[in-house]
Design a protein around this ligand. Structure first.
Ligand code: SF4
Length: 451
């Protein structure tokens, strides 16, 4: 993709707060009035399982995750005991005979857990369900908390994908965000993962961090490209100081929206120039990687972990703050550890809020996911898939796109709607036009900026 030109006026116009569409409606619409049905239909299905492992040894200052900073190693064993109890209790919502096609460990820092605990976690899944031979089992890795033994334990537990949290290799940026990872540490982690036979190594980077410049990030990209990762996830830094007050410490050092956009353009140019396929909003993959293939065959999906290769599966999240999406319901666990433990101690599922999708939500979810994942809406295809007349159903939404089309963000064709290379940079803005909850009084919550 070649460089696209964005005027300052366009940038000012489109740099607005907006949802990231890891769910529809966004989690700000979940309510505590929600109650899970007593049980779910016992029809075997495909399962995607997520385990939230919240502990970290130190606090990184850019972090937006739900985590707990502790030096007490014994807390991971205790937490694992609760995860096992939750997995057991959730049984009635995961049908016998279902097959696991995806497992993800996120955090926090999953590698805070000891090798035997990581093995136990793998066992927890395998004791209950068959895991597909093609399953993607991924884990987020903090290079500062990795050992060779942990990598071996992850392999034994069946993990075949790793996301290495690199963020930025620049020293000044690392100091500002309080996440120091010398180049040798990243190289060592990458080497252990490669030697262990992990199929796919992903590098996580963040643009828009304090003290980042186009020049400094250009160098960072050169350095990480030398490792030839299978995938990159390059997220836009989300500034949410009203939730994470420590982010205020570097507020005056954050790059402005213009620089952020230049950074994104640099990333796209550099990675596609190096042969990576640009996927969705923030992912890049080698052409032979499963994610690039999923994009090509239309099975790419967006969920709470970003983009994924499995479409239409039930997602079950375990651990504090985890979100599940199954049977047309979203439901989220308690965000505080004490509440999460207390619910399980009391013999209850630790769910504190959720949302039951309406038929209209499901239709809009489908349309928004098509925009975010495929960058194209085929009117006939979606009409058939959703049992509606798409152009009639979304008449007002499609008509509202005049300004986006005039600005070159998309093209309305006879058969569908196509996002342009420019529109890709503002993909959340396009998706927002199909979001019924952003209209008028239904708007709820605060969101990070779209650029
Ligand atoms: S290791 Fe990850 S979860 Fe923990 S503080 Fe740093 S960014 Fe946040």
């Amino acid at each position: 993709m070649s460089q696209v030109n964005v005027s300052l006026d366009q940038l000012r116009k489109y740099d607005q707060p907006g949802p990231r569409y890891t769910s529809y409606p966004p989690a700000t619409h979940f309510t505590e009035a929600f109650a899970l049905p007593d049980s779910a239909p016992q029809t075997p299905t495909l399962l995607s399982l997520y385990f939230h492992l919240p502990f970290c040894s130190r606090q990184c200052l850019y972090c937006g995750c739900t985590n707990i900073v502790t030096g007490d190693q014994s807390r991971s064993a205790e937490y694992l005991g609760y995860l096992e109890r939750e997995f057991e209790r959730r049984g009635q919502y995961m049908a016998e005979g279902s097959t696991v096609v995806q497992v993800q460990l996120g955090g926090g820092t999953p590698t805070f857990f000891l090798p035997e605990e990581l093995r136990r976690l793998g066992q927890l899944v395998r004791n209950r369900f068959p895991v597909s031979a093609e399953a993607e089992a991924g884990v987020e890795i903090d290079p500062r908390a990795l050992t060779k033994e942990k990598v071996e334990a992850l392999r034994e537990a069946g993990f075949n994908r790793a996301s290495l949290g690199v963020q930025d290799t620049n020293q000044l940026v690392q100091q500002t965000i309080m996440r120091i990872q010398p180049p040798e540490m990243i190289a060592q982690a990458n080497q252990w993962l490669r030697e262990s036979g992990i199929d796919s190594v992903n590098f996580d980077l963040i643009y828009g961090l304090p003290n980042q410049t186009v020049e400094s990030f250009d160098k960072t990209l050169d350095e990480v490209l030398a490792f030839s990762p299978d995938r990159f996830a390059i997220y836009s830094y989300a500034h949410i100081p009203w939730i994470k007050s420590f982010q205020k410490s570097f507020e005056d050092k954050l790059p402005g929206p213009e620089t952020k956009l230049q950074l994104l353009q640099l990333i796209i140019e550099k990675l596609t120039g190096a042969g990576y396929v640009y996927i969705g909003m923030d992912h890049f993959a080698k052409p032979d990687d499963g994610m690039a293939k999923a994009l090509a065959n239309g099975t790419l999906q967006r969920n709470f972990q970003g983009y994924s290769t499995h479409k239409g599966v039930d997602l079950h999240g375990f651990g504090m703050s985890s979100i599940s999406h199954a049977g047309g319901n979203y439901f989220q666990n308690h965000k505080e550890l004490a509440d999460y433990y207390a619910a399980l101690d009391g013999g209850r599922l630790p769910v504190f809020r959720g949302y039951s999708m309406t038929e209209e939500d499901k239709i809009r979810y489908h349309a928004i996911m098509h925009i975010m994942c495929n960058l194209y809406i085929d009117y006939a295809q979606l009409s058939e898939e959703m049992g509606i007349d798409f152009t009639e159903h979304f008449k007002a939404d499609i008509a509202s796109l005049d300004d986006l089309e005039a600005d070159g963000l998309l093209q309305r064709e006879k058969a569908g709607l196509r996002v342009t290379p420019l529109g890709r940079l503002f993909i959340r803005i396009i998706a927002m036009r199909f979001d019924a909850y952003l209209k008028g009084e239904q708007r709820k919550g605060r969101y990070s900026q779209t650029v």
